[in-house]
Write a protein that binds this ligand. Sequence first.
Ligand code: SF4
Length: 102
Amino acid sequence: MTVSYYAPETLPRPPEWQDRAACRGVDPRIFYPDAETPEAIQDGRRFCISSRCPVVTECLFAALGREGGALPKYRYGVWGATGPQDRYQLYREGRKGKKDAA
Ligand code: SF4
């Protein structure tokens, strides 16, 4: 007899923050415009804010964790109502805060 340590696919998976995202089912091009100019990014940011997305914080932290210290040109799209440049600024401020505290 073979023993499996994997849960069967029929079991419900635990809910994740993405399940509560206001942007579920929304055309992703609003968050990933062809040209990530500040003006193009605004539409995605406006959606996050005006929809009162309940997972803005989770979304932002997921992006910050994934992107690490990447330069703005290596960051893509709108996450947590922020654009690439906003997240880079948050990263830099976080690093500065750690240095000042040390
Ligand atoms: S914050 Fe914006 S991009 Fe993130 S899950 Fe909510 S609506 Fe989607």
